[in-house]
Write a protein that binds this ligand. Structure first.
Ligand code: IPM
Ligand code: MG
Length: 370
Protein backbone atom coordinates (compact mmCIF):
# COMPACT_ATOMS: atom_id res chain seq x y z
CA UNK A 1 0.00 0.00 0.00
CA UNK A 2 1.32 3.44 -0.95
CA UNK A 3 2.11 6.01 1.75
CA UNK A 4 -1.00 7.66 3.07
CA UNK A 5 -1.98 11.03 1.69
CA UNK A 6 -3.13 13.68 4.08
CA UNK A 7 -6.60 14.98 3.42
CA UNK A 8 -8.53 17.58 5.40
CA UNK A 9 -12.31 17.47 5.03
CA UNK A 10 -14.26 20.63 5.78
CA UNK A 11 -17.96 19.77 5.32
CA UNK A 12 -19.15 23.29 6.21
CA UNK A 13 -22.82 24.25 6.25
CA UNK A 14 -26.18 23.33 4.77
CA UNK A 15 -25.95 20.33 2.47
CA UNK A 16 -22.13 20.29 2.89
CA UNK A 17 -22.07 17.54 5.54
CA UNK A 18 -24.48 15.31 3.59
CA UNK A 19 -22.64 15.43 0.27
CA UNK A 20 -19.32 15.10 2.06
CA UNK A 21 -20.59 12.00 3.84
CA UNK A 22 -20.89 10.28 0.46
CA UNK A 23 -17.26 11.11 -0.35
CA UNK A 24 -16.29 9.70 3.01
CA UNK A 25 -18.07 6.47 2.10
CA UNK A 26 -16.19 6.29 -1.19
CA UNK A 27 -12.89 6.94 0.57
CA UNK A 28 -13.62 4.11 3.01
CA UNK A 29 -14.58 1.91 0.10
CA UNK A 30 -11.38 2.72 -1.81
CA UNK A 31 -9.29 2.08 1.28
CA UNK A 32 -10.93 -1.31 1.74
CA UNK A 33 -10.80 -2.40 -1.90
CA UNK A 34 -7.93 -0.63 -3.53
CA UNK A 35 -4.47 0.66 -2.79
CA UNK A 36 -5.51 4.26 -2.19
CA UNK A 37 -5.59 5.27 1.44
CA UNK A 38 -5.90 8.66 3.03
CA UNK A 39 -5.19 10.05 6.48
CA UNK A 40 -8.43 11.92 6.84
CA UNK A 41 -8.91 14.73 9.34
CA UNK A 42 -11.99 16.91 9.70
CA UNK A 43 -12.54 20.53 10.60
CA UNK A 44 -15.09 23.30 10.71
CA UNK A 45 -15.51 26.13 8.26
CA UNK A 46 -18.19 28.76 7.69
CA UNK A 47 -21.28 29.00 9.85
CA UNK A 48 -20.53 25.76 11.69
CA UNK A 49 -17.17 27.25 12.77
CA UNK A 50 -18.88 30.49 13.79
CA UNK A 51 -21.34 28.59 15.98
CA UNK A 52 -18.57 26.67 17.72
CA UNK A 53 -15.67 29.14 17.78
CA UNK A 54 -17.09 32.54 16.87
CA UNK A 55 -15.06 32.79 13.66
CA UNK A 56 -15.61 31.27 10.19
CA UNK A 57 -12.17 29.65 10.24
CA UNK A 58 -9.90 29.23 13.26
CA UNK A 59 -6.12 29.67 13.08
CA UNK A 60 -5.81 25.99 13.99
CA UNK A 61 -7.93 24.86 11.06
CA UNK A 62 -6.02 27.25 8.80
CA UNK A 63 -2.77 25.66 9.97
CA UNK A 64 -4.22 22.18 9.38
CA UNK A 65 -5.12 23.20 5.83
CA UNK A 66 -1.55 24.39 5.22
CA UNK A 67 -0.17 21.07 6.45
CA UNK A 68 -2.16 18.57 4.36
CA UNK A 69 -1.80 17.43 0.75
CA UNK A 70 -5.34 18.43 -0.17
CA UNK A 71 -8.44 20.01 1.32
CA UNK A 72 -11.96 18.94 0.37
CA UNK A 73 -14.68 21.45 1.23
CA UNK A 74 -18.47 21.06 1.14
CA UNK A 75 -20.18 24.45 1.18
CA UNK A 76 -20.47 27.50 3.41
CA UNK A 77 -23.18 29.99 4.36
CA UNK A 78 -26.86 30.19 5.18
CA UNK A 79 -29.58 32.58 6.35
CA UNK A 80 -28.69 31.98 9.99
CA UNK A 81 -25.48 34.00 9.56
CA UNK A 82 -26.71 36.54 6.98
CA UNK A 83 -26.99 39.42 9.42
CA UNK A 84 -23.41 39.13 10.69
CA UNK A 85 -21.00 41.94 9.86
CA UNK A 86 -19.27 41.44 6.53
CA UNK A 87 -15.88 40.46 8.01
CA UNK A 88 -17.43 37.68 10.12
CA UNK A 89 -19.60 36.02 7.50
CA UNK A 90 -19.18 32.29 6.71
CA UNK A 91 -17.83 33.14 3.24
CA UNK A 92 -14.79 34.80 4.81
CA UNK A 93 -13.60 31.36 5.96
CA UNK A 94 -13.50 30.12 2.38
CA UNK A 95 -11.89 33.32 1.13
CA UNK A 96 -9.21 33.08 3.82
CA UNK A 97 -8.37 29.53 2.78
CA UNK A 98 -8.07 30.59 -0.86
CA UNK A 99 -5.92 33.60 -0.02
CA UNK A 100 -3.57 32.10 2.57
CA UNK A 101 -3.05 28.88 0.65
CA UNK A 102 -2.44 31.10 -2.43
CA UNK A 103 -4.84 29.08 -4.55
CA UNK A 104 -4.68 31.37 -7.55
CA UNK A 105 -6.00 28.97 -10.19
CA UNK A 106 -9.58 27.80 -9.93
CA UNK A 107 -10.49 25.03 -12.38
CA UNK A 108 -14.20 24.75 -13.10
CA UNK A 109 -15.05 22.18 -15.73
CA UNK A 110 -18.48 22.41 -17.34
CA UNK A 111 -19.26 19.05 -18.79
CA UNK A 112 -22.58 17.90 -20.20
CA UNK A 113 -23.19 14.23 -19.48
CA UNK A 114 -25.05 12.53 -22.33
CA UNK A 115 -27.66 11.25 -19.88
CA UNK A 116 -28.40 14.82 -18.77
CA UNK A 117 -28.59 16.60 -22.13
CA UNK A 118 -32.32 17.04 -21.59
CA UNK A 119 -31.81 18.56 -18.13
CA UNK A 120 -30.21 21.68 -19.56
CA UNK A 121 -32.43 24.69 -20.14
CA UNK A 122 -30.72 25.00 -23.52
CA UNK A 123 -31.60 22.94 -26.56
CA UNK A 124 -29.86 19.54 -26.70
CA UNK A 125 -28.23 20.36 -30.04
CA UNK A 126 -26.51 23.36 -28.42
CA UNK A 127 -25.12 21.58 -25.35
CA UNK A 128 -24.65 17.93 -26.35
CA UNK A 129 -21.03 16.92 -25.83
CA UNK A 130 -20.13 20.24 -24.18
CA UNK A 131 -16.76 20.11 -22.41
CA UNK A 132 -15.38 23.47 -21.24
CA UNK A 133 -12.71 24.15 -18.64
CA UNK A 134 -12.95 27.55 -17.00
CA UNK A 135 -9.82 28.78 -15.25
CA UNK A 136 -10.79 31.53 -12.86
CA UNK A 137 -8.10 33.63 -11.17
CA UNK A 138 -8.91 33.23 -7.48
CA UNK A 139 -6.68 35.31 -5.22
CA UNK A 140 -6.65 38.73 -6.83
CA UNK A 141 -8.84 41.25 -8.59
CA UNK A 142 -12.00 42.70 -7.13
CA UNK A 143 -12.26 40.13 -4.33
CA UNK A 144 -9.08 41.20 -2.56
CA UNK A 145 -8.00 44.53 -4.07
CA UNK A 146 -7.44 47.55 -1.86
CA UNK A 147 -8.55 50.19 -1.10
CA UNK A 148 -11.88 48.70 -0.14
CA UNK A 149 -14.62 49.56 2.30
CA UNK A 150 -17.49 51.91 2.98
CA UNK A 151 -16.82 55.42 4.26
CA UNK A 152 -18.94 58.42 5.11
CA UNK A 153 -18.09 61.57 3.21
CA UNK A 154 -18.04 65.07 4.78
CA UNK A 155 -21.39 65.82 3.12
CA UNK A 156 -22.95 62.82 4.83
CA UNK A 157 -23.09 60.65 1.73
CA UNK A 158 -21.66 57.14 2.01
CA UNK A 159 -19.13 55.81 -0.49
CA UNK A 160 -18.46 52.13 -1.19
CA UNK A 161 -15.13 51.19 -2.77
CA UNK A 162 -13.66 48.01 -4.19
CA UNK A 163 -10.59 47.82 -6.33
CA UNK A 164 -9.92 45.69 -9.37
CA UNK A 165 -6.17 45.19 -9.49
CA UNK A 166 -3.76 42.73 -11.14
CA UNK A 167 0.01 42.60 -11.48
CA UNK A 168 1.80 41.04 -14.43
CA UNK A 169 2.97 38.01 -12.43
CA UNK A 170 -0.56 37.33 -11.18
CA UNK A 171 -1.84 37.31 -14.75
CA UNK A 172 1.05 35.29 -16.11
CA UNK A 173 0.86 32.45 -13.59
CA UNK A 174 -2.84 31.83 -14.16
CA UNK A 175 -2.35 32.12 -17.93
CA UNK A 176 0.27 29.37 -17.75
CA UNK A 177 -2.16 27.08 -15.94
CA UNK A 178 -4.68 27.68 -18.73
CA UNK A 179 -2.18 26.98 -21.52
CA UNK A 180 -0.84 23.87 -19.79
CA UNK A 181 -4.35 22.49 -19.44
CA UNK A 182 -5.25 23.41 -23.02
CA UNK A 183 -2.37 21.26 -24.23
CA UNK A 184 -3.99 18.26 -22.56
CA UNK A 185 -7.39 19.07 -24.13
CA UNK A 186 -8.38 20.90 -27.32
CA UNK A 187 -5.29 23.17 -27.37
CA UNK A 188 -7.44 26.32 -27.44
CA UNK A 189 -7.63 29.15 -24.89
CA UNK A 190 -10.06 32.06 -24.89
CA UNK A 191 -9.24 34.87 -22.45
CA UNK A 192 -11.98 37.18 -21.17
CA UNK A 193 -11.71 40.73 -19.79
CA UNK A 194 -13.13 44.17 -20.47
CA UNK A 195 -10.15 45.71 -22.25
CA UNK A 196 -12.57 48.13 -23.90
CA UNK A 197 -13.27 49.93 -20.60
CA UNK A 198 -10.68 48.81 -18.04
CA UNK A 199 -6.93 49.52 -18.02
CA UNK A 200 -6.40 46.38 -15.96
CA UNK A 201 -8.26 44.57 -18.74
CA UNK A 202 -5.80 45.89 -21.34
CA UNK A 203 -2.94 44.65 -19.16
CA UNK A 204 -4.64 41.27 -18.76
CA UNK A 205 -4.99 40.89 -22.54
CA UNK A 206 -1.39 41.93 -23.24
CA UNK A 207 0.12 39.64 -20.62
CA UNK A 208 -1.88 36.58 -21.64
CA UNK A 209 -0.88 37.18 -25.26
CA UNK A 210 2.77 37.61 -24.25
CA UNK A 211 2.87 34.28 -22.39
CA UNK A 212 1.28 32.58 -25.38
CA UNK A 213 3.78 34.10 -27.83
CA UNK A 214 6.80 33.36 -25.66
CA UNK A 215 6.01 29.96 -24.20
CA UNK A 216 2.97 28.37 -25.85
CA UNK A 217 3.16 29.07 -29.60
CA UNK A 218 1.46 25.73 -30.26
CA UNK A 219 -1.70 26.78 -28.37
CA UNK A 220 -4.42 28.77 -30.11
CA UNK A 221 -5.36 31.94 -28.18
CA UNK A 222 -8.29 34.29 -28.68
CA UNK A 223 -9.55 37.21 -26.59
CA UNK A 224 -13.14 38.15 -25.87
CA UNK A 225 -14.85 40.87 -23.86
CA UNK A 226 -16.45 39.27 -20.84
CA UNK A 227 -19.96 40.51 -21.70
CA UNK A 228 -19.66 39.00 -25.15
CA UNK A 229 -18.48 35.75 -23.60
CA UNK A 230 -21.56 35.69 -21.37
CA UNK A 231 -23.61 35.89 -24.54
CA UNK A 232 -21.53 33.39 -26.53
CA UNK A 233 -21.80 30.87 -23.71
CA UNK A 234 -25.52 30.54 -24.28
CA UNK A 235 -25.39 31.11 -28.05
CA UNK A 236 -22.71 28.60 -29.00
CA UNK A 237 -20.92 27.23 -25.93
CA UNK A 238 -19.09 24.48 -27.81
CA UNK A 239 -16.82 27.05 -29.47
CA UNK A 240 -14.86 27.12 -26.17
CA UNK A 241 -12.22 24.73 -24.90
CA UNK A 242 -10.30 26.45 -22.07
CA UNK A 243 -11.43 29.83 -20.79
CA UNK A 244 -9.19 32.00 -18.61
CA UNK A 245 -10.48 35.05 -16.79
CA UNK A 246 -10.24 37.12 -13.63
CA UNK A 247 -11.81 36.49 -10.25
CA UNK A 248 -15.07 38.41 -10.59
CA UNK A 249 -15.81 37.65 -14.25
CA UNK A 250 -14.85 34.05 -13.51
CA UNK A 251 -17.33 33.88 -10.65
CA UNK A 252 -20.15 34.94 -12.94
CA UNK A 253 -19.14 33.14 -16.12
CA UNK A 254 -18.61 29.87 -14.26
CA UNK A 255 -22.11 30.00 -12.78
CA UNK A 256 -23.46 30.61 -16.26
CA UNK A 257 -21.41 27.78 -17.75
CA UNK A 258 -22.54 25.53 -14.92
CA UNK A 259 -26.18 26.00 -15.81
CA UNK A 260 -25.51 24.86 -19.38
CA UNK A 261 -25.00 21.44 -17.87
CA UNK A 262 -28.43 21.31 -16.29
CA UNK A 263 -27.61 21.57 -12.61
CA UNK A 264 -25.10 23.19 -10.31
CA UNK A 265 -25.35 19.89 -8.45
CA UNK A 266 -23.11 18.29 -11.06
CA UNK A 267 -20.13 20.62 -11.08
CA UNK A 268 -16.82 20.04 -9.30
CA UNK A 269 -13.91 22.44 -8.93
CA UNK A 270 -10.24 22.48 -8.03
CA UNK A 271 -8.30 25.43 -6.68
CA UNK A 272 -4.56 25.11 -7.07
CA UNK A 273 -1.51 27.01 -5.86
CA UNK A 274 1.98 27.20 -7.34
CA UNK A 275 4.04 23.98 -7.34
CA UNK A 276 6.70 23.77 -4.60
CA UNK A 277 10.22 22.38 -5.12
CA UNK A 278 8.89 18.82 -5.16
CA UNK A 279 6.20 19.80 -7.65
CA UNK A 280 3.35 19.58 -5.11
CA UNK A 281 0.67 22.25 -5.30
CA UNK A 282 -1.47 23.32 -2.38
CA UNK A 283 -5.00 22.42 -3.36
CA UNK A 284 -8.60 22.75 -2.32
CA UNK A 285 -11.47 20.90 -3.97
CA UNK A 286 -15.11 21.86 -3.66
CA UNK A 287 -18.40 21.55 -5.51
CA UNK A 288 -19.41 24.75 -7.31
CA UNK A 289 -22.87 24.64 -5.72
CA UNK A 290 -23.58 26.45 -2.47
CA UNK A 291 -24.90 25.27 0.88
CA UNK A 292 -28.55 25.16 -0.29
CA UNK A 293 -29.94 25.68 3.25
CA UNK A 294 -33.53 25.19 2.01
CA UNK A 295 -32.93 21.50 1.30
CA UNK A 296 -30.28 20.79 3.94
CA UNK A 297 -30.71 17.66 6.04
CA UNK A 298 -33.46 16.24 3.85
CA UNK A 299 -31.44 13.83 1.76
CA UNK A 300 -32.30 15.79 -1.37
CA UNK A 301 -28.86 17.12 -2.27
CA UNK A 302 -26.94 15.81 -5.25
CA UNK A 303 -23.60 14.36 -4.06
CA UNK A 304 -22.16 14.00 -7.58
CA UNK A 305 -20.46 17.43 -7.69
CA UNK A 306 -18.58 16.62 -4.50
CA UNK A 307 -17.73 13.11 -5.67
CA UNK A 308 -16.46 14.58 -8.94
CA UNK A 309 -14.42 17.12 -6.93
CA UNK A 310 -12.89 14.18 -5.09
CA UNK A 311 -12.05 12.68 -8.51
CA UNK A 312 -10.31 15.93 -9.45
CA UNK A 313 -8.36 15.64 -6.21
CA UNK A 314 -7.21 12.14 -7.12
CA UNK A 315 -6.08 13.44 -10.51
CA UNK A 316 -4.49 16.79 -9.70
CA UNK A 317 -3.11 16.26 -6.18
CA UNK A 318 -2.24 12.58 -6.21
CA UNK A 319 -1.59 11.66 -9.86
CA UNK A 320 -4.12 8.90 -9.44
CA UNK A 321 -5.57 9.13 -12.94
CA UNK A 322 -6.89 5.60 -13.06
CA UNK A 323 -8.84 5.98 -9.81
CA UNK A 324 -10.06 9.44 -10.84
CA UNK A 325 -11.38 8.09 -14.12
CA UNK A 326 -13.01 5.22 -12.27
CA UNK A 327 -14.93 7.56 -9.95
CA UNK A 328 -15.95 9.70 -12.93
CA UNK A 329 -17.04 6.62 -14.87
CA UNK A 330 -19.08 5.40 -11.90
CA UNK A 331 -20.88 8.78 -11.78
CA UNK A 332 -21.55 8.62 -15.53
CA UNK A 333 -22.86 5.06 -15.23
CA UNK A 334 -25.35 5.85 -12.45
CA UNK A 335 -26.74 8.63 -14.61
CA UNK A 336 -26.94 6.31 -17.60
CA UNK A 337 -28.73 3.81 -15.38
CA UNK A 338 -31.38 6.45 -14.68
CA UNK A 339 -30.61 7.44 -11.09
CA UNK A 340 -31.53 11.07 -10.41
CA UNK A 341 -31.51 13.30 -7.37
CA UNK A 342 -34.29 15.91 -7.27
CA UNK A 343 -32.26 18.66 -8.96
CA UNK A 344 -31.79 16.60 -12.13
CA UNK A 345 -35.01 14.56 -12.00
CA UNK A 346 -36.63 13.83 -15.36
CA UNK A 347 -39.80 11.93 -16.24
CA UNK A 348 -39.36 8.16 -16.19
CA UNK A 349 -36.15 8.21 -14.15
CA UNK A 350 -35.46 6.78 -10.69
CA UNK A 351 -35.62 9.49 -8.07
CA UNK A 352 -33.10 8.83 -5.32
CA UNK A 353 -31.87 10.47 -2.15
CA UNK A 354 -28.36 11.76 -1.49
CA UNK A 355 -27.50 8.52 0.29
CA UNK A 356 -29.02 6.30 -2.39
CA UNK A 357 -27.06 8.15 -5.05
CA UNK A 358 -23.86 7.61 -3.08
CA UNK A 359 -24.67 3.93 -2.70
CA UNK A 360 -25.37 3.60 -6.43
CA UNK A 361 -21.98 5.13 -7.18
CA UNK A 362 -20.26 2.67 -4.86
CA UNK A 363 -22.05 -0.24 -6.52
CA UNK A 364 -20.82 1.00 -9.90
CA UNK A 365 -17.31 1.29 -8.49
CA UNK A 366 -17.53 -2.30 -7.34
CA UNK A 367 -18.53 -3.37 -10.86
CA UNK A 368 -15.69 -1.37 -12.41
CA UNK A 369 -13.14 -2.95 -10.12
CA UNK A 370 -14.61 -6.36 -11.01
C1 IPM B 1 -17.92 30.68 -5.63
C2 IPM B 1 -18.79 31.38 -4.63
C3 IPM B 1 -17.92 32.22 -3.73
C4 IPM B 1 -17.30 33.30 -4.59
C5 IPM B 1 -18.64 32.81 -2.52
C6 IPM B 1 -19.28 31.76 -1.66
C7 IPM B 1 -17.71 33.67 -1.69
O1 IPM B 1 -19.76 32.12 -5.29
O2 IPM B 1 -17.04 29.90 -5.21
O3 IPM B 1 -18.09 30.90 -6.82
O4 IPM B 1 -17.90 34.34 -4.86
O5 IPM B 1 -16.16 33.08 -5.02
MG1 MG C 1 -19.76 31.89 -7.41
Amino acid sequence: MAANRKLLMLPGDGIGPEVMGEVRNVIDWLAAKRTVAFDVSEGLVGGSAIDKHGVPLTDNTMADAMGVDAVLLGAVGGPKWDSLPFAQKPERGLLRLRKEMELFANLRPALVFDALVEASTLKPEIVKGLDIMIIRELTGGMYFGTPRGVETLPNGERKGVNTHVYTTSEIQRVARVAFDLARKRGNKVCSAEKANVMEAGVLWREEVQKIRDQEYKDVELSHMYADNMAMQLVRNPRQFDVIVTDNLFGDMLSDEAAMLTGSLGMLPSASLGAPDKQGHRKALYEPVHGSAPDIAGKGLANPLATLLSFAMMLRYSFDQDAEASMVEKACTNVLDAGYRTADIMQPGKKKVSTQEMGEAVRKELAKLVG
